[in-house]
Design a protein around this ligand. Sequence first.
Ligand SMILES: *[C@@H]1O[C@H](CO)[C@@H](O)[C@H](O)[C@H]1NC(C)=O
Ligand SMILES: *[C@@H]1O[C@H](CO)[C@@H](O)[C@H](O)[C@H]1NC(C)=O
Ligand SMILES: *[C@@H]1O[C@H](CO)[C@@H](O)[C@H](O)[C@H]1NC(C)=O
Ligand SMILES: *[C@@H]1O[C@H](CO)[C@@H](O)[C@H](O)[C@H]1NC(C)=O
Ligand SMILES: *[C@@H]1O[C@H](CO)[C@@H](O)[C@H](O)[C@H]1NC(C)=O
Ligand SMILES: *[C@@H]1O[C@H](CO)[C@@H](O)[C@H](O)[C@H]1NC(C)=O
Ligand SMILES: *[C@@H]1O[C@H](CO)[C@@H](O)[C@H](O)[C@H]1NC(C)=O
Ligand SMILES: *[C@@H]1O[C@H](CO)[C@@H](O)[C@H](O)[C@H]1NC(C)=O
Length: 412
Amino acid sequence: MQLQSLCFLGTLTILALVHVGTARDLRNVTEPKYPPICTTLKAGGKDDTKIIQNALDTCAKGKAVALSSGAYYSGPLTIPSGVSLVVDSGATLAAIPDPALYDRGTKTCGTIDDLGSGCKPIITINGATGSGIYGKGTINGRGDTKMIGSNITWWHLARNALAVHKQQNNPMLIYINNSVDITLYQITLINSPLFHVQSSLTYGFTVWGITINTVGSALNSDGVDPTGSYNVTIAHCNISTGDDNIAISSLHAHTQHISVINNYFGHGNAMAIGSGAIYGVSNVTVSGLTLNNVRYGLYIKSNTLNGGLVTNITYDNICIYNSPWPITLDTKYYRKTGNHTPEFRNIFFNNIRVLTNGTFIFHGVSKTVPVKVSMENVHVTKGSKMSISNAEIHGTWVEDASGSHCGSYGNN
Ligand SMILES: *[C@@H]1O[C@H](CO)[C@@H](O)[C@H](O)[C@H]1NC(C)=O
Ligand SMILES: *[C@@H]1O[C@H](CO)[C@@H](O)[C@H](O)[C@H]1NC(C)=O
Ligand SMILES: *[C@@H]1O[C@H](CO)[C@@H](O)[C@H](O)[C@H]1NC(C)=O
Ligand SMILES: *[C@@H]1O[C@H](CO)[C@@H](O)[C@H](O)[C@H]1NC(C)=O
Ligand SMILES: *[C@@H]1O[C@H](CO)[C@@H](O)[C@H](O)[C@H]1NC(C)=O
Ligand SMILES: *[C@@H]1O[C@H](CO)[C@@H](O)[C@H](O)[C@H]1NC(C)=O
Ligand SMILES: *[C@@H]1O[C@H](CO)[C@@H](O)[C@H](O)[C@H]1NC(C)=O
Ligand SMILES: *[C@@H]1O[C@H](CO)[C@@H](O)[C@H](O)[C@H]1NC(C)=O
């Protein structure tokens, strides 16, 4: 397979070089700057929801409410358009684990059902322009804490739901919807009961220098999930979690112009695209990434239930170790079926180094719709396995990687 396609390598490489310019966030993104502060709050030590929400609601646009060092407790908060929240170094904003506070009115938050949509997020940014969350402090979703009125934690509820093939009703930590120019900078996010960050229908989203650190056993605790979003940059972040570290999808609208630059992932599921891809995902660059102990490594996953076109995806300068499946292109995710063809093409793997054995999977949906991949300077270990079906692979890999150092590859 790879021999017959070697002759195309030259042409493809030139195309990649010429076009690499627009397979990314089209904005020129630089390190964010803190907004000026409108009010600085002191920790109350009890339920601070009203005080924080009131400060946010009365803060002038372009400014931020700061939480000074100390422990804050809160239910759901909404950050208004143009306003930001700064969680200072030494400050922790912890979510109160009371399902009633997040309930959307169906009295299902904190229970298991078929929908899993019964809870409001802990922090919502909706219909906003120029809002953000900044600071060297921590926001703690407390997924590991027993829910009030229950003898189990949010995460335990998620495991119970999985066991009976249903959905947990848990709040996500930060939900950004229908917004423009949103920033997350330096903040540490831990223990989300569900996804840590989702951006939906958002144009211009910068996630810079944040840390996500949640245990590997926390189900559905994705790191950052852009969906239906354009012009997204995720840079200089350190993400360890129980599910996808990043998952780029198109659940309700097309997603394109995404840059994932110079990041480090500790444990987690994957640098993922999918599984929802019906509206298409295109023009994504993942560059300068170290994956240590990330199950599916570079992962594009979909199926005929919610497949679509995933194209113009470039992975460049990546170092992977301790990953059983370092590269996984799977068009039969969970074997769910429908009538939406998952088509993955123009997928470029450039300058990749995989230091430990694993199985590489390139599975297209059919002979007529193969996955189309190009490889240049891809190094894997001797003893790695390749599982290839319905795939067109231009270029090839070399089995010469060894040692335990990324060298000049990955997040340096
Ligand atoms: C996506 O990137 C490709 C090159 O990688 C470029 O040719 C194309 O114009 C871009 N598409 C859009 C919609 O910007
Ligand atoms: C980004 O910077 C480049 C080089 O300075 C410039 O040519 C381009 O117009 C800028 N793009 C935007 C969207 O500002
Ligand atoms: C993406 O950024 C470019 C450059 O700033 C801008 O021209 C374009 O309108 C943005 N796209 C969206 C959907 O906001
Ligand atoms: C929680 O309580 C229920 C009964 O209300 C019991 O069946 C279940 O085993 C308990 N779970 C734990 C983890 O204690
Ligand atoms: C997100 O924004 C869209 C567009 O305004 C709106 O239709 C949708 O209801 C919002 N979703 C949520 C969960 O708020
Ligand atoms: C990532 O963060 C963890 C703690 O959350 C820390 O132990 C580790 O050193 C960090 N790694 C990098 C490369 O920054
Ligand atoms: C993908 O890139 C090619 C050029 O390499 C371009 O012609 C095509 O429009 C791009 N597709 C999308 C969806 O941007
Ligand atoms: C990789 O696989 C080869 C062959 O199966 C084996 O000899 C070697 O010990 C393995 N290396 C690692 C790091 O697992």
